[in-house]
Structures are given as C-alpha cells and as structure tokens.
Design a protein around this ligand. Structure first.
Ligand SMILES: NC(=O)c1ccc[n+]([C@@H]2O[C@H](COP(=O)([O-])OP(=O)(O)OC[C@H]3O[C@@H](n4cnc5c(N)ncnc54)[C@H](OP(=O)(O)O)[C@@H]3O)[C@@H](O)[C@H]2O)c1
Length: 296
C-alpha cells in the first residue's frame, strides 16, 4: 500500500538507490545534508529541533533512516562524530517517530557481530561489536527498537553507483589503476558478502509496502575476499586481473579490529518470501557496465 515515506540520507550510497525505488510506489520526502538538491530537504539530523520541525510539517507514515557514519576507521578516530551520526540522529528520528506513530526502518550492519562464529549470524544471535562503528550502530538499533513499529535491517558491505561529489570509490580507483598498468593490493583474508545497493533498495521498498517489523538480515549469499571481488570486476571490465595482489597483513594493534567472519544469514528473509540479493558473480558485468567512464 502506498505510504508517505521520509528517507533520511537520500544523497548517500544506499539512499541514492533507495530514493528511486521508493518513489516508484510511494510519496517520498528526502533529506540530503551537504548536497541539497531541488527535490531534497537539507536537515541536520543531529539537531532534534530541526528533526521535530520537519516531522511536524510533513507528517510521514514511515521513516527510512539512512543517515550514518559508515566509515569504520573514521568512527574509531572520532568517537564523538560516530556517536552523533549513528546514535544521536537515530535517537532524534526515533523520538519523533514514537511521538507521531510513524513506522521506523533503521539500517544497521554486520559489524554489530564479532565474527567469531564459524557459520554466520542469524537475526537473534547476540551482537558483540569489536569497534566504535559497530558499537554506535548497535546503540542505534536500541534507539530504533524503542519505536513501537520498527524494522532493523542489517546489511553487509555494499557497492553501488558512485555518489556525486564524493570522488572515486575503491572500485573505480582500482579499475583506473589497472587500466594504467599499475598493481593494486587488496585484502585476501576476510570473506564478506558484497551486496548491490539496488538489491537492498528493492527489498526495502517491499518491506515498507508489507509493513515488515523486527530484525532482518539482507545480504547476498556469495562470500568472497576483496581480492577475489576485485578479480571478478577486472575480468568484467576486460582489465588485467594479474595486476591484483594480496595486501600484506597490517601489523597487530595498528588496525581497527574487524570481525573475521562477518556473515549475515538470510533464512528469515527467505522465510518471509522476499528475494535474497544475488552475489557479485551474478551482477558483476551489469555493475561494471553501469559505471560512468570508458567502461560505462
Ligand atoms: N556502505 C556500506 O558498505 C554499509 C554496510 C553496512 C551497513 N551500512 C549502513 O547503511 C546505511 C547507509 O549507509 P551509506 O553507505 O549509504 O552511507 P553514506 O553514503 O555515508 O550516507 C550517509 C548519509 O548521511 C547523511 N548525513 C551525514 N551527516 C548528516 C547530518 N548531520 N544530518 C543529516 N544527514 C546527514 C549524508 O548526507 P549528505 O551526503 O547529503 O550530506 C550521507 O548521504 C547506514 O546505516 C550504514 O551504517 C552501510
């Protein structure tokens, strides 16, 4: 059923894909803080008065909250910033949602888990984040769950369309380097579940329409290291994958602690009759074709 949806973080990596997916079926009002566009509102989600004023003026039925600080290293360097964007913004929208009986969809991460499980994590497994990003996202989950009708969607590492004004992402930098004959080092130790933002957007749209609640893992089932992912991208782009090398291990104590096996199990998504996102192997050619530049 069509709803009036507030999409926060509409200018970000995920929000940029979610905006058109929601607009296909719902009335959407979106926020973008640093890149105000004619069809988006500039709201500082860390300021509760701005958030309340917006809710009072627009009275949405649902809020999909994509504002966050998803850079793991930046969160570790600047815990105040991590708390402001991952916790306080969620607290502000959650309070406004509870006040106006608005449904809240909160986006979370596989980094709420410690990665010690050999088999992966279901929605009811106990979180144990290892770093500031995971800890603040978990606090965000707690704030979101105070809204009577809420959905918490945990996601793995995402890839998607380049975000305007943000410079090149790691995939574009890697493809550029390979096209210039330079070697690139990529991690070959941690297997993750890279998932296309378009697939997440489709699930979120369906979840909003069906008024899904609780906690839901949305992730592709294909697990691969960044090096294996990079090789697939290089092959799809017709570039020499032989120039990709395993990155040396970062000396202990010098890197932010990250889960060794941050795997989200998606049985619940399937049980609820929703499509589990396809993996990198399935999407890689169309993804590379979708990138701007000589390969696009
Ligand atoms: N990226 C991943 O691989 C990944 C993996 C797992 C989970 N997630 C989760 O998915 C969600 C979306 O992440 P993302 O990768 O799309 O993040 P992103 O690209 O960094 O987008 C976050 C957005 O937050 C907005 N924002 C920042 N400060 C703000 C403020 N004070 N007020 C209002 N808006 C503000 C920014 O808006 P402007 O750009 O318009 O300023 C930005 O577009 C997050 O909850 C994240 O934790 C992401």
């Amino acid at each position: 059923m069509p709803a009036k949806v507030l999409l926060t973080g509409a200018g970000g990596l995920l929000g940029g894909a979610v905006l058109p997916a929601l607009r296909a079926r719902h009335e959407v009002v979106g926020w973008s803080r640093s890149r105000p566009a004619p069809d988006l509102y500039s709201v500082d989600a860390t300021r509760s008065t701005e958030v309340d004023r917006f809710f009072d003026a627009h009275r949405p039925d649902v809020c999909v909250h994509c504002v966050a600080a998803p850079d793991v290293a930046a969160c570790e360097r600047d815990p105040d910033m991590a708390h402001a964007l991952n916790v306080r913004t969620t607290e502000n929208v959650a309070r406004a949602c509870a006040r106006q009986a608005v449904r809240l969809v909160y986006l979370s991460t596989e980094f709420v888990f410690d990665g010690k499980s050999e088999t992966g994590y279901a929605e009811d497994d106990v979180p144990n984040p290892l770093q500031m990003y995971g800890r603040t996202k978990l606090l965000g989950e707690e704030r979101a769950s105070e809204v009577p009708e809420h959905l918490i969607v945990r996601l793995p590492v995402l890839y998607g369309a380049p975000v305007p004004g943000r410079g090149l992402g790691w995939i574009e930098r890697m493809l550029l380097a390979l096209s210039e004959g330079r070697t690139v080092e990529l991690d070959d130790r941690v297997e993750r579940q890279p998932t296309w933002t378009e697939d997440v957007a489709a699930v979120l749209e369906e979840a909003v329409a069906r008024r899904e609640t609780g906690v839901l893992h949305v992730a592709s089932r294909e697990r691969l290291t960044k090096l294996a992912w990079g090789r697939k991208l290089a092959e799809a782009a017709g570039l020499p994958g032989a120039l990709l090398r395993p990155a040396p291990a970062v000396p202990e104590g010098q890197e932010v602690p990250r889960p060794a096996r941050p795997w989200l199990l998606t049985d619940r998504l399937e049980q609820r009759g929703m499509r589990v996102p396809a993996g990198v192997s399935h999407h890689v050619e169309s993804y590379v074709r979708s990138l701007p530049g000589p390969r696009g």
